[in-house]
Write a protein that binds this ligand. Structure first.
Ligand code: PMV
Length: 274
């Protein structure tokens, strides 16, 4: 059985598409995929909730031809049974986990192995089906696992000095990563210098957050998350519901909170004191 975890982005979403850094980590939700020979090859979703966003767009038909291109003709003989804890359309990396999980499932079936960098490289090709032009942060953190610093295709592990405990709350599903990324592009085209200023500020706090994580300064990490949320709001990707969830988390004792992922709906992550 192949597995892949979901993920959250601690800092830098959207700016990362423009070459700025992001910090991301895997979470304790996973997709499980079993690949077996079958006379009815194809994708079988045991959990019908998986990724309604991409299912309705009919994008799944492109996945197996791409997987065959990447890993060879035996893929055409396989039935993939897919079970997932990761809700789709919420910014928790459901499609990237599916991409990494499918690749791991084929490799398991073939009895082959690849490095996490090679798996991330192949997953990028699958992610392009779902997201057009992804920065790569989602499938890279999912292929590598743990906490990573990501910039322009390069990833490094970050070692936190103290454990990081996040609570995740869910708002309504978002309209899709592709749509959110396009909306930010539109904003950028309308107002390049104003949008760049927001990206620069996000980038600065992402560097500061890395330092705070390595020093174990939890209040500072929380403060930077809240600052990141305010900048994402300025970028136009938050919603009233996401703002309210952040405010509520902080009122309930979280050290900071922000939306995670593309925005326009999806999830809020809140850093807990312990
Ligand atoms: O797919 P999501 O919701 O986790 O968003 C990914 C993060 C973005 O920066 C918005 C897009 C990208 O390709 O990095």
């Amino acid at each position: 059985m192949a597995k892949a975890f979901g993920k959250i982005i601690l800092a830098g979403e959207h700016a990362v598409v423009y070459g700025y850094p992001a910090i991301a980590m895997t979470i304790d939700l996973e997709v499980r995929i079993n690949a077996r020979l079958s006379d009815k090859p194809g994708l079988v979703f045991l959990n019908p909730q998986i990724d309604p966003e991409h299912k309705s767009a009919g994008l799944f038909v492109e996945v197996l031809p791409k997987l065959t291109e990447l890993l060879g003709p035996r893929v055409r003989e396989l039935e993939f049974q897919i079970d997932s804890d990761i809700p789709g359309g919420c910014g928790l990396g459901s499609s990237a986990a599916l991409s990494v999980g499918l690749i791991r499932a084929v490799l398991d079936f073939l009895g082959e192995s690849r490095s996490s960098e090679q798996i991330a490289g192949m997953a990028l090709e699958l992610e392009k089906i779902f997201h057009g032009n992804p920065s790569g942060v989602d499938h890279t953190v999912i292929a590598q696992e743990g906490l990573i610093w990501f910039q322009r295709g390069h990833a490094e592990k970050i070692i936190p000095k103290r454990p990081l405990n996040f609570e995740i709350s869910m708002a309504s599903p978002h309209a899709g990563t592709r749509a959110a990324v396009q909306a930010v592009r539109h904003r950028y085209d309308q107002n390049p210098s104003g949008t760049m200023q927001i990206f620069e500020a996000i980038s600065q706090l992402t560097f500061d957050m890395r330092r705070a994580i390595e020093q174990g300064d939890l209040p500072e990490i929380g403060r930077l998350m809240t600052e990141n949320h305010a900048l994402l709001k300025k970028l136009g990707v938050s919603t009233d519901e996401l703002d309210a969830l952040c405010a509520q988390a902080i009122q309930n004792g979280a050290l900071g909170a922000k939306l995670t992922g593309a925005g326009g709906g999806g999830c809020v992550i809140a850093l807990m004191p312990k």
